[in-house]
Ligand binder design. Structure first.
Ligand code: THU
Length: 135
């Protein structure tokens, strides 16, 4: 699957964002090794801290359906769903990615004119990993 195809699915997921508090609509599309795609949007809550980001929605959907082997993630977002620049994943989402993905995992960050590819190791350098700390 091309990055462009995955990005189209992230944009479609963005239209389903539930974001009445911030107004920022975010979409993600996660490609699994077997070709399955899981999409996600941000789901906000009146108790703001209960909000779930688009990336984690997609990852949790995939894991809960039995997928743990991921190939790429596309992310897009913007105020009222209008993409004016990249919408980089928050720190918690980066940490959740690190639970399942290696440092070379590509994240396609959509911007107003196309997309940039960032690896997870660039997004989360020196990240925490249980295997390294629980020996
Ligand atoms: N948001 C995401 O969906 N993904 C991120 O990685 C960053 C933030 C959402 C959460 C909230 O609904 C809105 O963007 C503004 O923070």
């Amino acid at each position: 699957m091309t990055p462009e195809t995955l990005i189209e699915q992230a944009k479609e997921a963005m239209t389903r964002a539930y974001a009445p508090y911030s107004g920022y609509h975010v979409g993600a599309a996660l490609l699994c090794a077997d070709g399955t795609v899981y999409t996600g949007c941000n789901v906000e809550n009146a108790s703001y801290g209960a909000t779930n980001c688009a990336e984690r929605t997609a990852i949790f959907k995939a894991v809960s359906e039995g997928h743990r082997d991921f190939t790429a993630l596309a992310v897009c977002g913007g105020k009222d769903g209008i993409i004016t620049g990249a919408f980089p994943p928050c720190g918690i989402c980066r940490q959740v990615m690190a639970e399942f993905c290696g440092g070379d995992f590509p994240v396609y960050l959509v911007n107003e004119s196309g997309y940039d590819t960032l690896t997870l190791s660039r997004l989360l350098p020196c990240g925490f990993s249980a295997q390294e700390h629980m020996r």
